[in-house]
Each structure stands twice: as C-alpha cells, then as structure tokens.
Design a protein around this ligand. Structure first.
Ligand code: KE4
Length: 435
C-alpha cells in the first residue's frame, strides 16, 4: 500500500468526524496542498507516519520538542507524575518549582500564572494589561499570531493567512474595534500611532522574533523605540514568547534584546510550547505589581480547571532542567546554523534564490533574495516554489513546516548526520525541481 493511500484513507475518515480532518488548521496542508501525514510515533529527531515512513522532524510539535521525542528524563518524570495522579484541581509543590524555574531564567518576571495553551496565556495577558491600565486599545502587528482569542484574531499570521481572511468570521466588529494592527518593523507607524493614541493604549503585544511569519526579527532600533514609546505613554510592552521562549535562548528572546539594548525588559511575557515539553502548558507573567491585579488578589479574573496540571508541570520541569545544562544552547544554535547554511548552499549551487536565518533552535527560510522585514514581504515570496520544495523534501523523508509563514525547529536530538542527510535531500530536491 503506498504512503499516500494509507494517509489518504485516514485523512478521508478524519474529515467525516473532524472539521477539515484536523484539530488545528495548519496541519491540513492547505498552504502546500497534498495529504497530511498521520503520525504513528516519534523518537529522537524522527517521526513515523501511519505507513511506517520515517521523517526527520523539523516541526517538533511547532516548538515544544526541543529535546527531541521520547527524552528518557522527561518520560520518566511524566510516568512518575502520572502514577501519583493526573489532576487534582488543587495546588501542588511542582507548580511552585516550575514557576521558580521559569522566573530563574527570565529576570523580567517576578510572578507567573500557569495556563493550558498559548492562546489562553495571550488572551489572559491582554485582559491583565487592560485591567491594570484601565485602557482598552492595544497594538499588535500584522503577521504576528498570539492565539485565537477574539480580540487577537486580527490579521493573524498563522493559519488565517492561508484562508486570506484578514480577520476570522464570528468575531463581532466591536470586539476588534480597539485592536490596532501595525506593520512589523515600521517605526514611523509606531511613532504616529503613539502620538495620536498613546494615552489610550493598554499595551503593545509583539512576537520579538516573528515565527508566525516564518522567521522575521524585530530590528533592534525598532524594539528600542517601541520600549521607549511604551514607557513614555504608560502602555505595557507584552512579549509573546510562546514560540521564542526557551527556544531561541535560555533567557528567551528578551534576553537577546537585553544584550543589545542596555536595561531592556518587557512588562509582561507570554510563554508556552517548550515550558510544557509537549504537554498542554503555557504561562504569562511579569512584575508582582501588575500580577497582583489577577484573581484571587485583584479584579482581573482568570482561571482554568487544568492550569498547572501535575503531569504537564512534570514534563515542563524536566524539559527546562535539561535545556538549562551548560552548553545546551551553544550546541543547539550551532547545529541549527549548520542546517540553514547547508540549505542555502544547496540552493545557491542550484541557482535558486533562497535566504534564511536562525536563533537557537528556531529557523526559517524564504525563496527570495533578501530576508523579509514584514508580513507583506513574506507573503510576496515564491509560494509555489516553497510548496514544491516542501513536497520534494517530504517525499525524501524530511518534514519541514507545511506553510511558508511558519518557522522550523531543530532539537538537541538532531545529529550532524541528520543535518547532512537533510542537506543531501535538499540537493536532490533542487535538482529534481529544476527538471
Ligand atoms: P496555542 O494556543 O496554539 O498553544 O498557542 C498560540 C500561539 C501564541 N503565540 C505564538 C507566538 C504562537 O506561535 C502560538 C501558536 N503557534 C502555532 C504555530 N504557528 C501553533 C500551531 C497550530 O496553530 O497548530
């Protein structure tokens, strides 16, 4: 039975009972076409689909699997926690340990609240910023995705970009009336918006490295000015580090900006993915002064049945303890850089215009001549070539993100030989695509 037929069979069956056959739109391959692969199991840097086809996995569950699949220390921690109880709806010591571990690595945090998804964390951080400032308006940037809460689902860059709707159906206009959407890296727009409405802004929410536009860095001058304007007008700077947190560096993206901009720190931060190690866990946090506005202390309500779930916290804590070991990010960063350099070298030898970038274990590439600085430029890159390259690599056992606006991820389990095999597959793919 061919790979396609088994996966196609499952996809057909899935579409009968699950909308689009998937529980999250980007998994449906709508941006690249073709049949999604139904994954049966994963280990280390690999995933196997329902037909037994092995892939070198550069999705890593969209970021969480920074150690690779099935890391022994993580599995043991999860199994031990599961035996002690799946969920209590009461506080546990391990929630304190995880909060302490996250705060230890992120100086801007004094307190955090654990939740179950990045969407929940982003939505709650926005409500907290609005509650703490008494203001309703806020700024987000086109191409940045902060989860699917109504007020944030405006010109989002992940998933929605496929469907070409600048906003989602079902979101009443009044809900997004206070959401201002600016162009990423556009200082002039920032200045003008703050000049006109700065005193009305509760916050600015930003992905510091926009992984929902594949891989676009916020320039240091832009970020410096953004910090200054937020401080000047009393708006909170909210770093959405769901994807970049503990993925691009142990201190997350904010640690990198603090190296470039003396004294830099966001006011609130949102985390997810890596801090759960693959289990449903996310968080938002900041100074005690702001966090005390949250129930049960303050007037901003936020809650969750499975928040701080004992199995998820065990998974996250084991993961963070592994990535905090000396040399982890130096090695991961070097491995990721060698992947991107190899891909670009293969493209160059094939005469294909391709650019790429990476930080820590996160990377992106575009079929164009220079690194895009905003969503419009990303979406103008060669979509058709991306889709053909994606499938040429998938057919050669390499699983990249199935959309040109998504980032890729390398784990500590990816060996140099996995990287070399990927680059060899890319050379074959470029040769095949030129025929
Ligand atoms: P979740 O609700 O999917 O856990 O997190 C939402 C979210 C918030 N902020 C950022 C920066 C994010 O990248 C995400 C989710 N990322 C997508 C990948 N682009 C998750 C994959 C999916 O939607 O299936």
């Amino acid at each position: 039975m061919s790979i396609e037929s088994k996966n196609a069979q499952l996809f057909e069956r899935a579409q009968k009972v699950i909308p689009g056959g998937v529980n999250s739109p980007v998994r449906a391959f709508r941006a690249v076409g073709g049949t999604p692969r139904f994954i049966a199991r994963a280990a280390g840097p690999y995933m196997w689909d329902a037909e037994g086809q092995r892939y070198i996995d550069y999705i890593g569950s969209w970021g969480p699997m920074i150690l690779g699949h099935g890391h022994l220390a993580v599995l043991e921690a999860v199994q031990r926690a599961a035996r002690d109880g799946l969920s209590f709806g009461a506080p546990t010591e391990r929630e304190i340990e995880l909060a302490e571990e996250i705060i230890r690595h992120v100086p801007s945090l004094e307190q955090i609240r654990l939740v179950s998804s990045g969407t929940e964390a982003g939505m709650s951080a926005l409500r907290l910023a609005r509650g703490a400032t008494g203001r309703s308006k806020f700024i987000k940037f086109e191409g940045c995705y902060h989860g699917h809460a109504d007020a944030l689902l405006v010109k989002a860059g992940s998933g929605l970009a496929t469907f070409g709707h600048p906003t989602s159906a079902g979101v009443p206009p009044e809900v997004v009336r206070d959401t201002l959407v600016l162009e990423y890296n556009n200082i002039e727009q920032l200045e003008a918006t703050f000049a006109a409405q700065g005193s009305q802004l509760a916050c600015v929410m930003i992905e510091p490295i926009a992984g929902n536009m594949n891989f676009v860095r916020a320039g240091v001058p832009f970020m410096k000015r953004l910090r200054e304007l937020c401080t000047q007008h009393g708006a909170l700077l909210v770093f959405d580090e769901v994807m970049t947190g503990f993925r691009v560096a142990l201190g997350s993206a904010q640690g990198l900006y603090a190296e470039a901009i003396p004294g830099f720190a966001p006011d609130l931060s949102v985390f997810g993915k890596v801090i759960g190690g693959g289990m449903p866990l996310a968080a938002f946090g900041g100074p005690r002064e702001v966090m005390k506005q949250l129930a049960p202390l303050g007037p901003v309500y936020q809650a969750g049945t499975l928040s701080g779930n004992p199995v998820a916290t065990a998974c996250g804590l084991a993961t963070l303890r592994e990535i905090a070991k000396p040399g982890f990010f130096e090695s991961l960063g070097a491995r990721t850089r060698s992947l991107v350099a190899g891909l670009l070298g293969a493209a160059k030898d094939a005469g294909v215009p391709m650019v790429g970038d990476s930080e820590g274990g996160m990377f992106g590439f575009f079929f164009t001549n220079q690194l895009p600085q905003n969503y419009g430029v990303v979406m103008a890159t060669d979509k058709e070539r991306f889709s053909r390259f994606f499938h040429a690599m998938l057919d050669r056992g390499v699983y990249f993100a199935p959309a040109l606006y998504e980032a890729g991820f390398v784990s500590a389990a990816h060996s140099q030989s996995d990287i070399e095999a990927t680059i060899a597959a890319a050379r074959e793919a470029f040769a095949a695509l030129d025929r």
